[in-house]
Design a protein around this ligand. Structure first.
Ligand code: CA
Ligand code: CA
Length: 312
């Protein structure tokens, strides 16, 4: 199961700073929620139409499953541009209308952030595949392992995709393998590249600037993999899980000690917390500007400190 996380900004008054502690958050899957123009696909205007009804139900916020530009190989969790809305859902203007109406009704809007991977149709990935120096290191690329058989190259490690078989896909264009923890069309971003970290913080700000109240974050525990520098320059094989039901190539066949829950994830989450705090501080009264931060993300996961991160 993917580990999920929600980052939320606290807002103006002392009461509002605590809103997320007791908020009822309703998830909407836009494609099937409400089709406003009869083309068979749910859309933003359909959600906007239903906002008064949603308010009547007593919820405090809505969380929209991904609405971004995507070829939809994985229901929109394969994003080709984090800053654009998929035309099947509507336009930026439609989104701004939704936000304004929600605000008028006292409903907050959270968006789904999918930071682990983009779509392979992302401009970043297309440039990375070509070896563009600016984007070359945006994704997890690695050389294959040469075997005794002439011309045969094996993937860099035995890692498996969530959807079975190797998590590595060979790119003829680049002459290397790229990692995809999910489908082949979802190349994993490389968070060991500081530029990728900054890029994603800009994405966070892009939607916060438009007035959303926070993010639900998808597959956050897959953001980092083991650092090859600690393994003689190689990505280490994962051990067998011992799962008696799993067969070779099944995701559960291996124990994912090198592709999940890596400690480096916590520092990125703290960086994102700071981005959200920038917005909280902007909106808070001076008396509320002292914001408490939990000491470690580990503590939050253990439930010792349940501040502004939720995992479930
Ligand atoms: Ca529609
Ligand atoms: Ca990853």
């Amino acid at each position: 199961m993917r580990l999920l996380l929600i980052l939320i900004i606290a807002e103006a008054s002392a009461v509002d700073l605590e809103w997320w502690k007791s908020a009822l958050i309703y998830q909407i899957y836009p494609r099937s929620f409400k089709d406003s123009n009869g083309d068979g696909t749910g859309d933003l205007n359909g959600i906007t139409e239903k906002l008064p009804y949603l308010q009547e139900t007593g919820i405090d916020a809505i969380w929209l499953s991904p609405i971004f530009l995507s070829p939809m190989y994985d229901a929109g969790y394969d994003i080709s541009d984090y800053r654009q809305i998929s035309p099947e859902f509507g336009t930026m203007e439609d989104f701004e209308t939704l936000l304004a109406k929600a605000k008028g009704l006292g409903l907050r809007v959270l968006l789904d952030l999918v930071p682990n991977h983009t779509s392979n149709e992302s401009e970043w990935f297309i440039k990375s595949k070509k070896g563009d120096p600016e984007y070359s290191d945006y994704y997890v690329w690695a050389d294959g392992i040469n075997t005794c058989t002439v011309g045969e190259t094996q993937p860099p490690s035995n890692w498996l995709s969530e959807f079975r078989k190797s998590a590595w896909e060979y790119s003829v264009e680049r002459g290397q393998f790229y990692l995809h923890q999910f489908v082949i069309g979802q190349p994993d971003l490389n968070y060991r590249n500081k530029r990728v970290q900054e890029e994603m913080k800009d994405v966070l700000r892009f939607w916060l600037d438009r007035g959303i109240s926070g993010y639900r974050i998808d597959a956050v525990n897959r953001m980092y993999e083991a650092d090859p520098k600690k393994f003689c320059g190689r990505y280490p094989d994962e051990p067998r899980s011992g799962d008696s039901i799993a067969v070779e190539n099944d995701y559960n066949y291996l124990n994912h000690i090198y592709t999940k829950d890596q400690d480096e994830t916590y520092s990125v989450i703290y960086d994102w917390r700071e981005v959200l705090d920038e917005y909280t501080i902007k909106e808070a009264e001076p008396k509320n500007r002292s914001l408490h931060r939990p000491r470690t993300y580990n503590e939050i996961l253990r439930g010792r400190k349940k501040e502004r991160f939720y995992s479930f």
